[in-house]
Design a protein around this ligand. Structure first.
Ligand code: GRF
Length: 188
């Protein structure tokens, strides 16, 4: 069974959904959750779910190779980013070629790139008057939000929708599709 590492920086609702999906299906397993943010709620979720979890700092990630050695030690086959805000270093991308997936809460190539995350994305979609938004699941390369797109799903944006309304619709699409798409990519 393939072993997944999830990287998350914040709340971790997607991470929780992915853990539960694979607990049920047993087509892969989430072996560890890693966070750059010691205060991230995802760490509490990991504890409650009984999933190994660790935090790391910039040096661990970008310089010393500590994160990569944890992944090797845990025999990780595949990496899933779920609300992870740091740019993945080239060394990690090279160690996991086409084996890192990210989800972006908009329809890339629009509304992506550095600084475009969370509420900022939905506010931008709203202020441009877009008729729709959605999710993009893509492979990760060394630039933010630029790897090959694997899957997209859309939702309508109505004139009276607030950015919070858009966020909610996008989250629903994330929960519905991300675990399933990960499963498909890992086990293809
Ligand atoms: C999601 O909208 C994800 O697409 C984005 O960050 C959010 C994370 O939410 N990149 P959560 O931490 O999974 O609850």
């Amino acid at each position: 069974m393939k072993r997944i590492a999830i990287f998350a920086s914040g709340n971790g609702s997607n991470a929780e959904g992915i853990v539960n999906y694979f607990k049920k299906r047993k087509t892969a397993e989430v072996a560890i959750i890693l966070s750059n943010n010691p205060k991230a709620y995802v760490l509490e979720r990991a504890r409650d779910l009984g999933v190994r979890h660790i935090t790391f700092n910039r040096a661990d990630f970008y310089q010393s190779g500590v994160v990569l050695s944890v992944l090797k030690k845990e025999a990780i086959d595949f990496i899933v980013l779920a609300g992870f805000l740091w740019l993945v270093p080239e060394q990690l991308v090279n160690a996991y070629p086409n084996k890192i997936l990210n989800i972006h809460p908009a329809l890339l190539p629009k509304y992506g790139g550095k600084g475009m995350y969370g509420a900022k994305v939905h506010e931008a979609v709203k202020s441009r008057g877009e008729p729709e938004s959605g999710i993009t699941i893509h492979l990760v390369n060394k630039n933010y939000d630029e790897g090959d797109i694997v899957f997209q799903a859309t939702c309508p944006v109505h004139a009276d929708d607030t950015p919070e309304d858009i966020a909610q619709k996008v989250h629903e699409l994330e929960y519905q599709h991300y675990p399933r798409v990960i499963d498909k990519v890992i086990n293809k």
